[in-house]
Design a protein around this ligand. Structure first.
Ligand code: NAD
Ligand code: MG
Length: 404
């Protein structure tokens, strides 16, 4: 494929961990990539800094007051030709308008669903970090992709690794592959087990937000860090992999790998296993998804194999990680369940971060929301948004009764 260079990039969720890493990679390749637009919820300081450093044409702050403050600050810094907008409509506009070629979907949580779908419908090259969008909308997301001329590249390190280990024919059919026809027997999704992998089970309940966010290998936003500690992140990734690679149940398995050197693997029918290895640095999958099928410098150092002492593997313990099993069960129960689980978890994690509930209550809240869920399978986007909202209402009420 030939592209008109430079390609114009929009970053949704630019103030976050993935967003900032994306800016870092783009800056290394000014001939190839030009920043069109960036968005954030309300982090004015981060966006001012990014405007000064990277000079996008447009900025969207979802929060109106934040947009006003940023606008004033940009004027003070002689950057008034950067257009600042606010609100959900502006976010959809930068996701789908014709002024960009590539959209990095790096908003956290359900808030990223509509803008990510807008980018797909607008036939962009969509770099998907926002796993919650796919977890919520599943088949609808894959159908929208199939009906568009968009190209989806997974940024989540595991899914990016799996993508790299697929034959190119299977890479061209995201969400539609018949894995067995490509000689694939199983996808092995690896996960570190998070900061509490060796914490005595009896001490899990009293773990603090700071401890949960101290991931041993990766530096990430708060929500995904807590999800990594409960391993609901691996559960969301399991659902994400099910959709991206059109897996059947026996074709997908989770494996603990505490060193995070192997980022996931594909096992073939002939006994071969292909793995992708690298430093735990998101700039590698970000660079890959920006430049695919070519390779560019990401700023990440090569692995030094002589410094690796060992690579170990184990099964995830169900007593330690009840959220993982909740997600696997939800995955095969259907899309109402996965939408419900995602919404319940978002509120439970928020309550945990605010110290309104304890660490082990995250799983309890999710299990409770799934237990009372009683709705038909969603058939369209409105159904999904209704299940999301209904779950949030239930969980808010439930949190009032359980929170200390
Ligand atoms: P983060 O919390 O650091 O950043 C989130 C971004 O989303 C910020 O720019 C924030 O302003 C924006 N945002 C938050 N709420 C919003 C709302 N309601 N409307 C619009 N924008 C909103 O998160 P992150 O760690 O960068 O993760 C982003 C996404 O990428 C998540 O879905 C996460 O699961 C996924 N991901 C992250 C990593 C990682 O290493 N950080 C790895 C794999 C996948
Ligand atoms: Mg991941």
């Amino acid at each position: 494929t030939t592209h008109v260079l430079p390609q114009r990039v929009t970053i949704l969720g630019a103030s976050g961990s993935i967003g900032q890493n994306t800016l870092d990679v783009i800056e290394r390749h000014p001939q190839q990539f030009q920043l069109h637009a960036i968005s954030a919820y309300n982090n004015v300081d981060a966006m001012l800094e990014s405007c000064r450093q990277y000079q996008p044409q447009r900025v969207v702050m979802v929060d109106t007051d934040a947009a006003q403050r940023l606008h004033q600050l940009l004027q003070q810094h002689q950057l008034s030709d950067i257009q600042v907008d606010s609100g959900a409509a502006a976010l959809l506009d930068i996701a789908g308008n014709s002024d960009s070629d590539i959209v990095m979907a790096a908003i956290v949580g359900a808030a990223g669903l509509l803008p990510t779908l807008a980018a797909i419908k607008a036939n962009k090259r969509v770099l998907l970090a926002n796993k919650e969008a796919l977890v919520m909308s599943g088949q609808l997301f894959i159908d929208a992709l199939a009906q568009s001329n968009a190209m989806l590249l997974p940024v989540d390190s595991e899914h990016n690794a799996i993508f790299q280990c697929l034959p190119s024919a299977a890479q061209q059919q995201i969400g539609q592959q018949q894995l067995a026809e490509h000689g694939i027997s199983q996808i092995l999704l690896t996960g570190s087990g998070g900061p509490f992998r060796q914490t005595p089970l009896a001490q899990l309940a009293k773990q603090s937000p700071a401890a949960a966010c101290a991931h041993p290998n990766w530096s990430m936003g708060q929500k995904i860090s807590v999800d990594s500690a409960t391993m609901l992140n691996k559960g969301l990734e399991y659902i994400e992999a099910r959709w991206l690679f059109n897996c059947q149940r026996h074709e997908l398995a989770v494996l603990l790998h505490p060193q995070s050197v192997i980022h996931s693997m594909v096992q073939y029918q002939d006994g071969s296993v292909i793995a992708q290895l690298g430093q735990p640095d998101m700039r590698t999958p970000i660079a890959y998804s920006l430049s695919y099928p070519e390779r560019i410098d990401s700023g990440v150092a090569a692995l030094d194999f002589t410094q690796l002492s060992q690579l170990t593997f184990a099964q995830a313990c169900p007593q330690r990680y009840p959220c993982l099993q909740l997600a696997i069960d939800a995955c095969w129960a259907g899309q109402a369940a996965t939408t419900c689980l995602n919404a319940a978890n978002e509120l439970a994690v928020e309550a945990f971060l605010q110290e309104r509930i304890g660490f082990t209550q995250i799983a309890e809240v999710c299990a409770q929301a799934l237990a009372v869920l009683n709705v038909a399978e969603p058939r369209q986007l409105d159904d999904i948004l209704a299940i999301d909202e209904q779950t949030r209402c239930f969980v808010r009420e439930h949190l009032r009764s359980v929170a200390a």
